[in-house]
Design a protein around this ligand. Structure first.
Ligand SMILES: [Fe+2]
Ligand SMILES: [Fe+2]
Length: 470
């Protein structure tokens, strides 16, 4: 189905033939623009930004590049192509045809899954709203705004599901998605990580590496859903998510590269004398954001996760490709249980461990990423290695939240934790230092001193291209 760009809301869901839905979305649109102007990167609404816009969902044509003012971005509703023969891939209904409408008995659970995912999309835009002012280059500024408009589009995609399939309460949920605010004590976003401020670019790169990758795994699990419109929505969102992680991963790599340059130029000196970020400090940022992002997968043993799986609503990542037994009824899963004194092994029914299964895949993916950074260090002949902290480190949710663990996962006493915390996590002094480096560099081809330029530009453009016309 082609995307109709002459319509107010570009889409491949045949919106024009559903007048009721069209009216609901057109009513929601002004509130969305209002939200963008209030809480998005609002000081840059008049800038022309070199943005990628989705113009079709097939492999060839889903990205079109051109300078656009962000409020004029064509936020649209795109779903991956429908597979007419698709069956429910897992759970008690495995093998039955997928649902094109919401099954009544699973309505509340599905709505909750959709709202929880949807809420993260506008939240991240709110968290990142001031970063444009301290962008280290126009290239980076453009990447930030690209991520922002796409998170906005993800919100559109989820609101389409709420409006289209959940009637009045879906419309109310869609309104509330524009009313909650990241970090607002009275009306916060649903998940903790999405209420934490992202005030410096090192945090932004960690966020897009670790928190957007949580998004990738949640979307992979929902892309398996028996509720076909949700599965197709998430499949298309995943194509955009890859760029967000690219921005984070290459961002951290460039910070590391710059630090190595300064180390080589000034051996024996503290790189801070020359405005670079010490590797140990980058590690602390990694520790903070990776541990917070691990919390997003929920409790290790979870009856909700079991129910979502049994009902065919949320699967495992790559459920169809990776697994043979899609019922997961007879298997057990071994979990490290924290007794309050030590770690013991315990076998739990696999369905109850679905959060942990997803988290484990996510951790492996992150470890591979950290190894890419370590290759940069190795090639430069630097001994330091980045580490992905253990899943027990610095957790606020789940059973490990009831203890203290070092970055290798060993239990430590409260005294040891307090004595070492400043080595493991950013201190106020570290934060002040990183913030002091955050100065705007808004000239084409120029870059701040704490980060190396990218090895190539966006869409074949050079680094000194005017990615944002201010
Ligand atoms: Fe997203
Ligand atoms: Fe994202």
């Amino acid at each position: 189905m082609a995307i109709n760009y002459s319509e107010k809301i570009p889409n491949n869901v045949d919106l024009s033939s559903d007048k009721r839905l069209q009216r609901a979305l057109e009513r929601w649109q002004p509130a969305y623009i209002q939200w963008w102007k209030e809480t998005g990167p609002s000081d840059f609404n008049d800038a022309d930004v070199y943005l990628r816009t989705a113009v079709s969902v097939d492999r060839e044509g889903w990205a079109q590049f051109g300078h656009v003012k962000m409020p004029d971005y064509r936020w649209g509703i795109f779903l991956a192509e429908r597979d007419k023969d698709r069956t429910i891939p897992f759970g008690d209904h495995a093998g039955e045809p997928v649902w094109q409408e919401v099954p009544g008995e699973y309505r509340n659970a599905l709505r909750r899954l959709i709202v929880t995912q949807a809420d993260t999309e506008p939240a991240s835009v709110e968290q990142q709203r001031l970063l444009g002012h301290t962008a280290p280059s126009l290239y980076d500024m453009r990447n930030l705004f690209q991520v922002n408009v796409e998170e906005g589009r993800h919100l559109w995609a989820m609101v389409y599901l709420l409006h289209s399939y959940f009637g009045k309460d879906g419309r109310e949920e869609a309104e509330e998605l524009l009313e909650r605010r990241s970090g607002n004590p009275d009306h916060p976003r649903i998940l903790t990580t999405f209420n934490e401020p992202v005030e410096d670019w090192l945090s932004f790169f960690c966020f897009t590496t670790f928190t957007d990758r949580d998004g990738k795994y949640q979307l992979l699990a929902l892309a398996e859903s028996g509720f076909d419109p949700l599965a197709r929505t998430c499949r298309f969102m995943l194509t955009e998510e890859a760029h967000h992680m690219f921005v984070g991963q290459t961002g951290i790599n460039r910070v590391i590269k710059r630090t190595i340059e300064v180390m080589n130029e000034h051996p024996g000196h503290d790189v801070r004398e020359y405005g670079a970020i010490p590797l140990e400090m980058i590690q602390k940022w990694v520790n903070r954001w990776s541990s917070s992002s691990l919390d997003l997968f929920g409790a290790e043993i979870s009856s909700n996760a079991s129910t979502f799986f049994a009902e065919g609503l949320k699967g495992r990542a790559y459920e169809e490709k990776k697994y043979e037994d899609h019922k997961a009824l007879d298997e057990a899963y071994e979990i490290d249980v924290w007794t309050g004194e030590r770690i013991t092994k315990e076998e739990v029914p696999l369905r109850n461990a679905m959060n942990e299964v997803l988290r484990t895949d996510y951790i492996e993916d992150n470890r591979r990423q950290v190894e890419v950074w370590n290759k940069t260090l190795e090639r430069a002949g630097v001994d330091f290695r980045m580490e992905y902290p253990h899943r027990r480190f610095n957790r606020k949710i789940g059973m490990y939240a009831n203890g203290h663990f070092d970055p290798q996962g060993n239990p430590v006493s409260a005294e040891e934790w307090n004595a070492n915390k400043a080595l493991w996590l950013p201190t106020p002094e570290d934060e002040a230092y990183v913030k002091s480096l955050m100065v705007k560099v808004h000239e084409p081809g120029k870059i701040a001193g704490w980060i190396a330029p990218p090895s190539k530009g966006i869409n074949g453009q050079p680094f000194d291209f005017e990615y944002v016309k201010l």
